[in-house]
Design a protein around this ligand. Structure first.
Ligand code: BGC
Length: 362
């Protein structure tokens, strides 16, 4: 055994005594390995992207509180300035001796150098919500099932069109997320898996002709970009047509699209969303935005902290998907949570245990 391993094993054994766990809680061999865990009060880094939706803002305090309560010293940071700021933050977390770094990447392809440096020091790397790509320096992916999110959005668009716009055929437009976010592709592909057959059989048409993820992309997930694009599409293609539906990948962009349509003086289309943001839930209850997705941030942060706790003990965290997330270099073991579709119909039921959203459904 190398010296470092002995030190680690000793530290972990000490941590076990301090935390009151019995050594029978885990197998003896794991205490001997270099993966023997770390001290209960270790530094844990959480690198979040920009505040492009409410779920990231919620995650900040949930991580700070949850990690502090578990005994760790959290460093939780947003990178509002962009990719290089996030790279610097991860580098600083390594220097401060973090034992686990949780990353919600702005651009999952641009952190390879920093993540390799982390792994070289034995730091565990957790991809949070967004996959880390083109690197083998990632241990686990904690997220909601992104492809399923897209499928639910596609299904709800069709359901909403049937309910609100009579018999087809229907004119729709597509909005996709930011191209640097690894989630944008599974969201789009999941939705198109449902919508493509309806485009093929003529139930749906896309008058702008902008059918690919690339054409529909919204750089930086910025509302302004989606709204400008929708303004142009409406001006160029909908002089004498109704736009019946819009596939929107999240609530921020859904509201931007609805603003654009309203300003063009057109009837309200069926619009999907994601994140259950307060303004969108209000809009759904008022009968404007058609649907959203509930991805309870409390659940995702909790399951991520569970993974940190597993590493602390020298164990492997729980995963439930070992095939879906090939990041270009390896298949990243994932622990996927289940997203839920929400319309006015089921909102009260879905948000029943959410203190912020439940009152909006009364
Ligand atoms: C998240 C979405 C969010 C989007 C913009 C995605 O990676 O999964 O929930 O709406 O980023 O912040």
């Amino acid at each position: 055994m190398k010296l470092a391993s002995v030190a680690l094993a000793a530290a972990a054994a000490g941590a076990l005594v301090l935390s009151g766990c019995s050594s029978s809680d885990r197998d003896a061999s794991s205490t001997q390995s270099a993966d023997a865990g770390f001290a209960k009060d270790a530094v844990i880094g959480v690198a979040l992207p920009q505040k492009t939706s409410e779920n990231w803002v919620l995650a900040e305090n949930l991580f700070k509180d949850g990690l502090t309560q578990a005994g760790y010293q959290p460093i939780v940071q947003f990178a509002n300035g962009g990719v290089s700021e996030q790279q610097n933050q991860i580098q600083a977390m390594i220097q401060k001796g973090a034992k686990v770094i949780v990353v919600g990447a702005i651009d999952g392809k641009q952190l390879g150098t920093q993540l390799k440096a982390a792994h070289d020091q034995g730091i565990k790397v957790i991809a949070y919500d967004r996959l880390l790509e083109n690197t083998d320096a990632v241990d686990i992916y904690q997220a909601f099932d992104n492809y399923k999110v897209g499928q639910l959005q596609g299904q709800s668009l069709l359901k909403g069109l049937g309910e609100r716009k009579g018999k087809g055929p229907y004119n729709i437009e597509l909005i996709a997320g930011s191209p640097d976010d690894a989630n944008s592709k599974p969201f789009f592909d999941g939705a198109m898996n449902v919508l493509q057959p309806k485009l093929d059989d003529g139930t749906l048409a896309i008058p702008s002709g902008q059918k690919t993820q690339q054409q529909a992309a919204t750089q930086g997930w910025e509302a302004e970009n989606a709204q400008n694009r929708m303004d142009t599409i409406l001006a160029g293609n909908y002089k004498n047509k109704e736009l019946h539906g819009i596939l929107s990948p999240n609530d921020t962009l859904a509201r931007a699209a609805l603003t654009s349509v309203k300003q063009a003086g057109k009837p309200t289309p069926v619009v999907t969303g994601q994140d259950s943001e307060v303004e969108s839930v209000k809009s759904i209850m008022a009968g404007v935005q058609y649907s959203t997705i509930y991805k309870d941030t409390r659940e995702l942060v909790k399951s991520t902290i569970d993974a940190v706790n597993a590493y602390q003990k020298g164990d492997e965290p729980t995963v439930n998907d070992t095939k879906s997330y090939n990041n270009g270099v390896k298949v990243v073991p994932a622990n996927l949570l289940t997203p839920v579709i929400v319309t006015k119909e089921n909102a009260a039921e879905v948000y029943a245990n959410d203190p912020t959203l439940a009152p909006l459904t009364k």
